[in-house]
Write a new protein. Structure first.
Length: 135
């Protein structure tokens, strides 16, 4: 028991080496992530799905949606299911490779439910952005 407690204490008290402290450099990687900038909400693409798949946003606070592609074996294009008065898609992303991000600003559109999708082969993966105010 004493040995286990000693190992646990050593593990919990470990920190940067003296050489790392002397260099005074930030670590190359961290386990924390930065939140998106103000007004931006993020949808992650991972394991062939959107997280969250259904997103409720307040146009006054977060009008911009950023998609982050974290699904390395695949590439995707995001396609709006909704169309404007000319019949054009509301949005269509460029081809996204792993590590890419893409943003769309919904502030110029009326509050509504906007549906979009991507494809894995012939399988359609749906997502939804709800910009309507909650009643």
């Amino acid at each position: 028991m004493i040995v286990v407690l000693g190992i646990a204490a050593a593990a919990c008290s470990s920190g940067p080496s003296p050489a790392a402290l002397e260099r005074n450099e930030a670590p190359s990687t961290t386990t924390t992530t930065e939140p998106p900038p103000e007004g931006v909400v993020t949808v992650v693409i991972e394991n062939g799905k959107f997280t969250p798949a259904i997103l409720d946003i307040d146009l006054d606070d977060t009008p911009i949606v950023r998609w982050e592609h974290q699904d390395p074996p695949r590439e995707y294009t995001l396609l709006s299911s909704d169309r404007d008065e000319n019949g054009d898609r509301i949005f269509e992303s460029p081809l996204l490779q792993a590590g890419d991000t893409w943003e769309f600003d919904f502030s110029g559109l009326p509050p509504a439910i906007y549906r979009y999708n991507m494809f894995i082969g012939a399988q359609r993966i749906p997502g939804m952005i709800d910009t309507q105010e909650d009643l």
